[in-house]
Structures are given as structure tokens and as C-alpha cells.
Write a protein that binds this ligand. Sequence first.
Ligand code: ZN
Ligand code: ZN
Length: 739
Amino acid sequence: MISKFRLIYHIEGIVQGVGFRPFVYTLALRFHLKGFVLNNSKGVIIEIEGFEESLDSFEQALFKELPPLARIDFWQKNRLTCKNDTRFEIRQSDEASTKSSLVLPDMSICDDCLKELYDPNNRRYHYFFINCTHCGPRYSIIKTVPYDRPYTSMQPFVMCEACQSEYTNPLDRRYHAQPISCPTCGPTLSLCSINGELLATNEAAIVKLADLINVGHIVALKGMGGFHLICDATSDRVLASLRERKHRPSKPFAVMFKTIEAIKEECILSAQEEEGICSLLRPIVLVKRNVKASKISGLIAPRIDRLGVFLPYTPLHVMLFEYLKNPIVATSANRSGEPIISEATVLKQKLHDVVEYYLDYNREIVNSSDDSVLQYLGDKTLLMRSSRGIAPKSFRVDSSDERKILAVGAHQKNAIAIYLNHQIIVSPYIGDLDNIASNELFEKMIERFSRFYDFTPDLIVGDLHPNYVSTQWAKRQNIPFVQVQHHYAHILSAMCEHKLSGKVLGIAWDGTGYGDDGTIWGGEFLVCDPSGYERVCFFEPFPLLGADASIKEIKRILASLLWDVLGDEADALLLDYFDEKALKRLKQIYTKKINSPLCSSVGRLFDAVAVLCGMEGNVSYDGESGLLIEALYDPAITDRYTFEIDDKMIRYKPMFAQMLHDKEPRLIASKFINTLVEMALTISHRYTYPIVLGGGVFQNRTLMEQILQNVTQPLYFPLQLAINDGGICVGQIYKSLQK
Ligand SMILES: [Zn+2]
Ligand SMILES: [Zn+2]
């Protein structure tokens, strides 16, 4: 006789709010099984009963056919005695489940919704807010948990009967899709001039907006996580005007294209890049430009050979492209350095001199986010900004620590992270904490995460730098506070992601971070594990003349290095870069060591090299020097500069005198990169430990490719976390976890 069994499954991971219960329900019906599924505080519980063979098939399908956004991190099953249920049902969640389910990122439109958007027989034909359980907004609309419609900014929109019946039908793709709506019951669009005059609504507003873009206006469009500034990407005249109005002389803009084919006309894509661009995450991907064929304006990304490209990711963007002639610039609407603007009132106040028209809708963006930015190294991702589609990002860590921990990150590209229930959850990109608006967002983000996860930290962990806004905030909280050295945290971040707990050789190269000795670090080799680190080697420090003044006026760095190598002889050479008076003043600062902290940063060396390669004036955005040097790199040049390693110090300064001889920017840039690679390899060969890379300098793809090709040990770097300071919060948590 064939006997029946009853099993109970405990499943954890991303299993709530992603259509997991209806998925289980559908499988149970398919295999004629009885029982129930419900959400609990840890995830999902399934009790299921039937014949053994059917149960086996059920389990296989459970793992194989997961809904697109679901992820199982942990599961176990046990046998129970049969209860002879007569049906399978989705049961109401218990109350305790509510505060622990993960808040998920916003997702781009799925293929099913895209089909319906263009199906004239569908009731959501051309409906610009079409979504389902597998796509659409989440993070941007949630006010508090549980993730139920009354606690989202969809609350004011009462579902019509048709939507209601989809919402309550477990077999419908929109079962419990909180942002469900349709043309009858959903939010509406309005196109206004920046003075507030209403010009059109709904689909007519999209058509009119496209017309305005086509004839060269600069507009704003409320997307998923905030407003985009948008204009035609092919017009030099419009781009020049945008740069002037934004006071943004050279920082590259991302370009949104209608289709992947349109991107391929402008750029050279690898298979991985194509896949990444088309993925549900729809990030901005930095790719190689096909400069010869380009109809994209040269003002989009001056002097560099990369272009940040992406595809439309909301139905609104998709529909806009139906009426556009050309690809568009689509960049976060903000005042320089500030967070993205998500309310029309703020847009009108802060960007009235930039934007002429804006497309708004009457659903509030509760939590703003930017577009995520990444690039590919072969099949590996190098994440530069973790936000829409990716963050909030959660992952499990092996730790028995029962405390709740908050990591406040660093200063630039700040993001925070929390640890609870064996999980680390990383916030979206917040920004550089050097203006009031960003600092407000930093505090708001902490408050938001506390609300989402009913979270009060037992411990706060932050950077060693005493003057960081994040450090100072942490010190005011009257909660135990631990500080972790910046570059050590960079390495720990990658170690945490790759579950490394033994000794590694960490190579942490970035712009600046506060060192143990009170000087500025940024060219560090650390032998470390989660219990501590030893600084085994570093770049010979040089004085950063006028401290932050050197970071803006980068030729000061060149002056400092040349005076270190050549002494007074450098004066005559430096007159190519400074007028006599300015040089004399700077020399005084150098000689008297006025406000000139010592610095071992590799990021700053890139700045000095960029000056020698012809970069004039000030750096207008972080990473500009690196991108310029990358664009100049010539793989045919295999030469490098000489350096010495004496005890723990890399002595490299004479190379700047040699660069003056070389003159040719292509030669200087290529030899410089080759030299850095050789330095990394030389130190690596001294150890047998795995190598871990971290820090913003490694956003340089050429440098990374060279190191990856030549290192002989296992090599790790963050793939899921930002390799720049955005990933530091995770390293801070990893340091403070009790094993
Ligand atoms: Zn969908
Ligand atoms: Zn409806």
C-alpha cells in the first residue's frame, strides 16, 4: 500500500512579499497535496501532506521554479503525523511575522507586465504604473512594516473591483501585489511648467514631455526613487546648457537608450555587459564607447572613453521612449553633491534655474534612491553605487552574535548597515556627508531602518576618523561605540562577503582615510583577519599641502611630490603649472609644513599623474583622474617606472621626475598603471595568503584587469558590495561580530 506523509518546511530568506505563498499554493495544487503555507517571524512555514512521490516532485519544483525575486537562504524539513487535511490553503500570517520581513528594493518592469502594457485588449494597455508581484516599486513606497498597502504610499488609492479580485486571488500574478492599480483606480500623471502651470495629464503628458525633450528642453521626470533630469543626449547645444545650469563642467552623465540594440550602436559590449544591462536590476553599466560611430554628444563624458548606459526600467520610461527621437541623458535631479530630489516642491525650489518642465505623479516617494552603477571585469561585477534594484541588500553571516549592531559607514559615498538575526542589511547609497541635505538623509536612513526592523542597536560601529559626521553622530547616541580603521574596514568588507575568516593580505588603495597614527592613509598593505591587522607595507607619505585644498587643486600634489624628490630644482619646472606668486605661497606652505598632513594615498598619486597628463584646473568629480588615466592607457606599452621597497615603505617618488622626462601622456599613464601593478605583485609574492582588494582606486578597470591576470594567489574583491567607501559599513560590522 502506498502511504501518505506530512512534512513541515521552515524556510528563510527573501520569501515574503515576493509571491512565495501563492507560488507554494500553485505547486500544491499541481501535485494534489494538502496542508497550508503561512508567513512567520523568520520566513515561511509550509505544512504539506500527500504521497511520497508527489512530495518529492513538490520539493524539486519548490527550489527550481522560485519566483523571480525570491531567494532561499536557509531551510529545513521534518516529518509530522498526518492530519488528513482536505485542501491546501494560504493562512493568515501571525502578528510576530511583521517586523522581521525584509524590505526589498524597487524592481524594473517584468516581461509579463511589458507584454500587457502593449496589449490593446488588456485593461492596463498603456498604463504607466503597471506592476505585479514580480516587479515594480517596493522600497520607494513603504512607510512602515508590515509591507501591506495601508502602510505604503498606495494607501490613498482605493482598489477598484477588478484590481481587488486580482489582489485576493492566489492564482493571479497580482495576488497581494501591494502597488496594484489600473487606469480606473491608480495614481495619475501631470506635466507642469516649472512655474507650476498644468500643461497635460496622463498619457497626453507623456507625449507632450517627449515633444519638449525632442525640441531641446531640459525637463525632470519623477521616476522610481526620485526625479531624473532629462534631455536629448545627442545635442551639444542642450548638453552645454545643462552643464552650465548645473555648474557641472565635466562629470559624466548616464545615458538611457530605448533598446539594447540602440546601445550596441554606440558602445562595444561584452556578453556579460549586455546581460547586466538587460537584467531586472537595470543598473547603469559603464561600458566602452565606440567613439567613431557616436551620435551621442561629446559633452556627455568629456575626455574619457567610457559611457554609463541603461535601459528604461519603469513603464513610464518605457512609454516615454515610444515618443522620443533620441537617447536621453537621465541623471539624478539634485543640487551638486546633494541627495536625489523626490518631491516636486523641492524640485521647484532647488532646480528652478535648471529645469523648464517636470512630469509628476500623485503617489509619494517615501524613500528615495538613485540608480545603481556598476561595471564588469570579465564575468565579475564591480559595484560602484548600490541603490535602486540592489539595495536594501541583505545577506546571511555565520555568527552566533545575538546583539543588534548599527554600522554608520565612512564619509564619502556613505551607506549604513545593520546586523540582526544573523543577517546584515545594507542601505542604499546615501552620498557624501558634507552638506546639510546629505546629513539629513543619513539620519533619516538610520531612523527608517530602525522603523522597518524594530531596531535599537546594542552597539554602534563607525570609522576611526574623529571628524566624520558619521563618527560624531555615533558618539552622541549614548550607546557603546567601536571605531574601525578605514582601510582595514575596506578589506573586512570583502572578507565578509566572501566568508573569509583566516589571514589575508589586504591591499587597500583609495583617496583618503584616517590612519592609526593620525596621518592620512590610502596606499596600504595589511596582513589581517577579523581579529586585527598589521600594516606590513605602505606608500611613502608626502605632505598634502593645505590638506583638502590639495584634493580640489590637484597640481598641489604634484608640487609636493616634486619638491620631495628634487628640492629647489623643482621650482622652475613647476612654473609650467603655477604663476610665480602662487608658487611662492605654496612653497612657504611646504617649507613651513602649514596645514599639510602626511598622506600615503594612492588615489592622490593618480591626481598628480593626471596633472602631468594634461588635466588642467580642478578635479570636478571624485574619480576623474582615474578615468582620464584609464582612457590614456595603452596596452602596447609594457614599460614601467622604477621603485624600491625599503622595509615597510614603497619609495616611488623619483618616478614623478621620470614622468617629466617622458612628457607623452599616453606613455606616462601606461607606465604608471604598470608600476602600480608591479608594486601590488611584488608585495603579494612575499606572502602565501589569499589577496583581498578594497578601496575606490580599484574602480579603475585597467588596473584591476592587470592585477587579476597576474596574481598567482586566490584573489577576492567585493562583488555584491561597493568596492569604494559605500561598502565600508559591512566591514565595520564584520569586525565587531562575536564569532
Ligand atoms: Zn510585472
Ligand atoms: Zn483598478
